[in-house]
Design a protein around this ligand. Structure first.
Ligand SMILES: Cc1ncc(C[n+]2csc(CCOP(=O)(O)OP(=O)(O)O)c2C)c(N)n1
Ligand SMILES: [Mg+2]
Length: 569
């Protein structure tokens, strides 16, 4: 007698994996194929209309795209790569997702169990390799447990302090016939503030004279940002954003007083130092946000500190805050939205703090007394008046990023995609992914000449999948950041920092995109208009190369000035 169970057609591991991804709500996967996971590709082929498989040109780009997609959608980013070489390439994005606390699931084809532990072709032990970078690493040895492992991976990636999870998939396990009961959708779990914690927060705020807020980290959504805005405005609080989380509060609103990151406005740094209550909601208070652990003294800050973070393990690790609250962002934001205290002690401090921010956005000291051929401050201003306010701005790493960080008015949640890991090459894949996932948004990547060529080939991915980002390359023919540090530490001993570059405009044209080069300020607006017209008409990427004077290294000073100061020391 046959049971209903016997009649279920037997599947294979690779198909169960595709089923399990669908069950976890996956609609986009980034990857580079490998012979190690043909059975998964076959499983995904069945869902080719529901799960978009974005084929990339390098696994590092794929992993950055997944990171950026997670930041943009709030859902875990998914990457699929092959063994050794694929996994090692992808690791840069796992590190980025870890430092950014971004939910990511990396799937890696693994050698079959018949060859395991022989250092077979491309074999690696991913548990050991990813141990310091990922929240959880597992290898699925039995196909009948695929739904369980995949659900577990999504659960871990999205709960508490979010982060990357790695699943290795032995080839024979993927190819073997198997059946497994389906898992349900994962349910992200986040703590919430207790009544006692909220009472303590209220009491400290009511007693403060110079409070300031720092918003940062991941896990925010539109409602949480709106709730925080209500709390901030009702209590006349000055609000700042942590390094590369500048879009958590609309920069154009009067309570926003600047970003607490690299190259912080000295007047803002002074306000944070002189504050008598810092309320940090979401940031890790890492090296970049604390100006190298100087804004706050470790382990016991001079300023009273309330630190609210999604991860229990993060609280108290560097700073022993006076009040530590483990909470998801929506949970704390809802709790704070209706809170009102007497703000008369500090309300008058808001306008001067905002004025300091606005002054910091003015024409920078670098250009005082000179009329540069290409005024990068003017370029950023032109850009911000021409593209829509909700444009997504992405960047990798280099001094060029300062122009975006300091002068771009981020208009609220999900207008910035930048990695706190400071990885070069992040900007292009992030822009490509954003343009594919959010085709109705304008996407601008700000890149350096070094930064751009780390992942510039992902323009091909944009073309293949209908993405149309605009890339602006700040070309100063050098790894400028390192040159700057070199001049500071070893003045005039230039070594290992010069670059010989291709023609970036023609590079983009070779992918079917638009390219232009701009050497004078007046050329920028027409080039921008032509680029935007092209993107709208052709739905392909555009690139504007800026010929940047290598001397113009930061908005504050020239290379020569840095070198001179170093020699005078
Ligand atoms: C993947 C990676 N490699 C190396 C570095 C070290 N690094 C930081 S900035 C920088 C130079 C960036 O050069 P470029 O993109 O041309 O920008 P610039 O500083 O010249 O504006 C380097 C090499 C890094 N952050 N990431
Ligand atoms: Mg450069």
């Amino acid at each position: 007698m046959s049971s209903a169970h016997d009649q279920t057609p037997v599947s294979i591991g690779g198909h169960l994996l595709a089923d399990a991804l669908l069950a976890q709500g996956v609609d986009t996967i980034y990857g580079v194929p490998g012979e190690s996971y043909l059975a998964v590709l076959d499983g995904l082929w069945r869902y080719r209309e529901t799960i978009r498989f974005v084929i990339c040109r390098q696994e590092g780009g794929a992993a950055f795209m997944a990171d950026a997609t997670a930041k943009l959608t709030g859902k875990p980013g998914v990457v699929m790569v092959t063994r050794g070489p694929g996994a090692t390439n992808a690791s840069i994005g796992v590190h980025a997702a870890h430092q950014d606390s971004v939910p990511m699931v990396l799937l890696i084809g693994q050698v079959g169990s018949d060859f395991a532990d022989r250092e077979a072709f491309q074999e690696m032990d991913y548990r050991r390799m990813f141990a310091p970078m990922a929240k959880w690493v597992a290898q699925i040895e039995r196909a009948d447990r695929i739904p369980e492992y995949v659900a577990h991976a999504f659960q871990v990636a999205t709960s508490g302090r979010m982060g990357p999870v790695v699943l290795a998939l032995p080839e024979d396990m993927l190819a073997a016939p198997a059946e497994a009961p389906a898992a349900a959708m994962h349910q992200p779990v986040h703590a919430a503030p207790s009544p006692a914690q909220l009472a303590a927060l209220t009491q400290r705020l009511a007693a403060a004279r110079r409070p300031i807020m720092i918003l940062g980290g991941t896990g925010w959504n539109a409602q949480a940002c709106a709730d925080i805005r209500e709390f901030v405005e009702a209590n006349h609080l000055p609000v700042t954003c942590a390094f590369r989380f500048q879009d958590l509060y609309d920069n154009r609103l009067p309570n926003y007083v600047g970003d607490v990151g690299i190259g912080i406005n000295p007047r803002l740094a002074e306000r944070v130092r002189a504050s008598d209550l810092v309320i940090a909601i979401g940031p890790r208070l890492g090296e970049m946000t604390t100006s190298g652990y100087t804004l706050f003294q470790a382990p016991r800050p001079v300023q009273p500190l309330i630190h609210i973070h999604a991860g229990v393990d993060e609280l108290g690790t560097v700073y022993q805050a006076d009040l530590m609250i483990a909470s998801g962002m929506p949970e704390i934001a809802t709790a704070l939205s209706g809170l009102r205290v007497d703000a008369s002690a500090w309300a008058a401090q808001l306008a001067p703090a905002r004025a300091d921010y606005e002054a910091w956005q003015g024409r920078p000291p670098l250009y005082q007394g000179i009329d540069p051929d290409l005024d990068l401050w003017q370029v950023m201003r032109t850009l911000s008046t021409v593209v829509p306010a909700d444009t997504i701005v992405t960047n990798g790493a280099g001094t060029f990023a300062t122009w975006a960080h300091r002068f771009w008015p981020y208009a609220g949640l999900r207008t910035q995609l930048a990695s706190t890991s400071g990885s070069m090459g992040y900007g292009v894949p992030a822009a490509v992914a954003a343009s594919i996932v959010a085709p109705d948004r304008t996407v601008v990547c700000v890149a350096g000449d070094g930064d751009f060529l780390m992942t510039g080939q992902e323009l091909a991915t944009a073309v293949q999948h209908g993405g149309a980002p605009l890339v602006i390359v700040f070309n100063n023919s050098m790894y400028g950041t390192i040159r700057m540090h070199q001049e500071r530490e070893y003045p005039e001993r230039v070594h290992g920092t010069r670059l010989v570059n291709p023609d970036f405009a023609r590079y983009c044209e070779a992918f079917g995109g638009f390219g232009a080069r701009v050497a004078r300020t007046s050329e920028f607006a027409p080039a921008l208009r032509a680029a935007l017209d092209f993107m709208a008409r052709e739905r392909r990427p555009a690139l504007i190369e800026l010929t940047v004077d290598p001397q113009h290294i930061t908005p504050n000073q020239s290379l020569e000035k840095i070198s001179r100061a170093a020699k005078a020391r």
